[in-house]
Design a protein. Structure first.
Lengths: 157, 657
């Protein structure tokens, strides 16, 4: 928890948008549900066929519109249902991550992970950790907010 | 558009932690939503009827169901709306069970989340368009990967039904693990006697083409039209000429070759036939041990072969087969017991695996069925069996039960008592798992009729003392320490995923679990299907199971293949990429990234070059969509507009709570 002063934010729901590939991570999230693995409730999942479908624009739009965090998750590298979609995703999303501070968005507000459809336990862990990170950062101050931009840029100074 | 929203209570699965009525009430406020309700079980027949009635009464043009995961019931609901006259793609499903009600007990937060999820689905639906499938012909041939009992059953069932079958087996003979067994539980019938005829059937069936000693190199295509590259490994023997007479194996001087069929209990010759009943019965040379291939001298087999079948210059060869469905039956391997230092870590010759014991006791094994100690050839008097070696043991990362070990050690103890009547057999076990038909009775027979001593507890240590092995364990029922002076120790080594299972899964684009077993499409209702259409599973590659279950799955996979092939064409999925030619700038980036080669150039009348999607090849991953600079290529049913609409309504809309 970074912002201990803002106690109220840890309790209140923040908004996290998840983009999950249909074949692995969406299934992994289903598995976590079937196993009743308790998770924070901030996440809203959008189903996409493959992380290769991820246009970096989707992440940026969500953050600009005010989402507090964005999580993209797909099949493990080499295990993509479409052979190589997640390799493209990995490159695009990594580049995107580097650029977020230039928009005044903390890089920690965005994460991508690889979770297979059998890994319900891992999914629970990913969601819990990421939600904690976002609650630590507090609500997204928006692209014009100063605190977030500073925190993000400090990575590169 | 006129939209109807149906919130499922799923009994109490959803209703217990989501206020479904509130979600339905809120949904009525959304644009285009003209009807919203909640219902006990929306997937049930009355639930589907209610949707269909509402479509009629309220003249609905689109339907949102908030219920379980779309991976569970999307097909069900699409069919339901189609019956009521809507296009099946005018439907969206919000996942408020697996992703919402089941993962938190906070009703307020869950209800807010369900409201958001429904809101997003409504927004996506507003941009949906009716989509229509096209038909492509099916290639009615099936590939069976793996020639164990499960693959054999699947191949024979398909072939008997009139299908062309291509079978690929990694080893030089089919038969798999079952061919190595002496007897089978709980009937103690001879394994070779029940498997042998089936192996012969495979060899003789006119519809089955067998590639033994071959592996899958690559797989491309899709359900109905797969293209498979098969690598025939070099045997250094022309199998068309070889008659399997065995003269070469008698004369070969390299007699210290590893004997995989006998689990390393014996050695064999560099040119060998795995076992007398091998199918195909053909010789192959093991290049690691052949004197000519390693030291360039010998060639005795070439001189002696009566049909001149030896080819020292043979190379691996790749053949291409086209099939419409694939049955994966790649079986399993044993857990490597050398991780257990307390059992000797594989260093004691008289501590053997269950499969090695099968070869010891088998009449076709290296000792012709006489149970002896591998170290000195003496007959053992005290035999200890240790259950759960590599099963139910989280400390080595294998928490699962292998399912077959309790039964096979009961059988092996009975066989040991049969072969050496004055021997003592001890079984150390954690629990006895005997849930099959006649299984429990069988274990009782071992205990009561054959006097096998069952000791409930684990073995802590095995160490050699003179000629014997001292087995130290604990009897947890009596609460005492037990020490047995054993002559032979048999480890009930558990089931592990087959070597190379993950690599094959990547070629087939199917999923596997953390232990390497292949994932079925649904753990209960789709046990032999995978998430890749047209690829089916059979046998232990999916998870530990015994012979009857493997055979049943083999038949089930064959039935699934027959169902797929009962039609002449299959419907393509219309959720594919589509090019807007007016926006396409002809950069060709989509052509470069497409993993399936499904986009090609098209020349318009004005001579300009545009991208064109081949409907039947596109798999709908959307990689081209994300790549296209002017966004001229759009994945139908998952367009940029739809995803952005979902994002906007979720993030930019007024936040509640």
């Amino acid at each position: 928890m970074v912002n201990s002063k803002e106690e109220s934010t840890t309790k209140k729901d923040l908004l996290i948008v998840g983009f999950l590939c249909n074949w692995c991570s969406y299934g992994g999230a289903d598995t976590a549900g079937v196993c009743r693995f308790n998770q924070p409730t901030d996440l809203r999942i959008i189903r996409i066929p493959c992380t290769g479908r991820m246009d970096p624009l989707f992440v940026v739009k969500a953050l600009i519109y005010g989402a507090d965090g964005v999580l993209v998750s797909g099949c493990h590298p080499k295990d993509c249902h479409y052979n190589e979609g997640n390799f493209y995703a990995r490159r695009r999303l990594e580049v995107l991550k580097q650029f977020l501070p230039f928009m005044g968005i903390h890089t920690d507000r965005f994460r991508y992970s690889w979770v297979s459809s059998s890994e319900g336990r891992l999914w629970q862990q990913v969601v819990t950790e990421f939600s904690e990170t976002i609650h630590g950062l507090g609500p997204n101050p928006g692209v014009h907010g100063e605190s977030d931009a500073k925190a993000g840029m400090s990575f590169y100074t | 558009m006129r939209i109807g929203v149906f919130i499922c209570k799923c009994g109490t699965n959803i209703a217990a932690t989501v206020d479904t009525e509130a979600v339905a009430r809120k949904a009525l406020e959304y644009p285009d939503v003209v009807y919203a309700t909640d219902y006990m079980y929306t997937c049930s027949e009355p639930g589907q009827d209610e949707i269909q009635q509402a479509i009629e009464e309220h003249d609905l043009q689109g339907v949102v169901v908030a219920a379980c995961s779309p991976r569970m019931h999307e097909v069900t609901f699409r069919r339901a709306v189609e019956k009521a006259g809507l296009n099946r793609y005018m439907f969206e499903q919000a996942n408020i069970r697996e992703h919402c009600s089941w993962i938190s007990k906070d009703t307020e937060a869950n209800t807010r989340k369900a409201i958001d999820l429904v809101r997003m689905s409504v927004e996506k639906l507003r941009f949906n368009h009716p989509l229509f499938s096209s038909q492509v012909p099916i290639n009615k041939r099936v590939l069976v990967i793996g020639g164990g009992i499960s693959g054999i059953q699947a191949a024979l069932d398909c072939a008997e039904g009139g299908l062309d079958v291509v079978m690929v087996e990694r080893e030089s003979t089919i038969g798999g693990k079952m061919a190595k067994l002496d007897k089978t539980f709980p009937t103690i019938d001879c394994s070779a006697c029940i498997l042998g005829p089936k192996m012969v059937d495979v060899a003789q069936h006119e519809n089955i083409h067998l590639y033994a000693y071959s592996e899958i190199e690559s797989v491309s295509g899709y359900m109905g039209n797969f293209k498979v590259d098969i690598r025939k490994k070099a045997t250094y023997v022309d199998w068309d000429a070889c008659t399997g007479c065995g003269l070469c194996t008698e004369k070969c001087p390299a007699k210290k070759s590893f004997d995989g069929f006998n689990e390393g209990l014996d050695t064999t010759t560099a040119i060998n036939i795995s076992f007398p009943q091998a199918i195909p019965k053909r010789a192959k040379i093991d290049p690691k041990y052949c004197w000519y291939l390693t030291k360039e001298k010998c060639k005795i087999c070439q001189k002696i072969c009566p049909v001149d079948a030896i080819r020292f210059d043979m190379k691996d060869e790749t053949v291409v087969e086209e099939v419409g469905a694939i049955i994966v039956a790649t079986g399993f391997d044993l857990v490597d017991h050398s991780v257990y230092g307390e059992y000797g870590g594989g260093h004691y010759p008289d501590v053997i695996t269950g499969l090695q014991f099968e070869r010891l006791v088998s009449a076709s094994g290296p000792y012709e069925g006489h149970i002896i100690r591998p170290s000195d050839g003496k007959e053992p008097k005290n035999i200890v069996f240790i259950a759960c070696v590599g099963s139910r043991d989280p400390s080595i990362g294998r928490p699962y039960c292998s399912g077959i070990c309790c039964m096979y050690i009961a059988k092996q103890a009975i066989l040991a008592r049969d072969h050496i009547p004055d021997s003592n057999c001890y079984v150390f076990y954690i629990d006895i798992r005997a849930p099959g038909k006649n299984y429990e009775e069988f274990v009782r027979r071992a205990q009561e009729d054959y006097g096998v001593q069952y000791i409930r507890g684990r073995v802590g240590k095995i160490y050699p003392q003179g000629e014997h092995l001292i087995v130290q364990g604990i009897d947890t029922l009596l609460g005492i320490q037990v020490e047995v002076e054993a002559d032979l120790v048999v480890l009930a080594t558990g089931v592990a995923a087959s070597v190379g299972a993950k690599e094959l899964a990547e070629k087939l684009r199917i999923s596997y679990d953390e232990y390497g077993f292949y994932m079925e499409s649904h753990p209960k209702l789709r046990p032999v299907e995978t998430n890749t259409a047209g690829v089916f599973l059979a046998g232990v590659c999916q998870g530990p199971k015994d012979i009857p279950a493997s055979v049943a799955q083999g038949s089930a996979a064959a039935a699934k293949t027959q169902i797929l092939f009962s039609r002449d064409t299959i419907e393509t999925d219309p959720q594919i990429a589509k090019v807007n030619e007016r926006m396409c700038i002809g950069c060709g980036k989509c052509i470069d990234v497409c993993p399936f080669g499904s986009i090609q150039w098209k020349t318009l009348r004005d001579g300009s070059q545009k991208a064109e999607v081949l409907d039947t090849v596109c798999q709908g991953c959307g990689l081209c969509n994300a790549t296209c600079p002017p966004k001229a290529i759009q994945l139908q049913h998952c367009t940029d507009d739809q995803i952005l609409a979902e994002i906007e309504v979720l993030c930019a809309g007024e936040r509640h709570g």
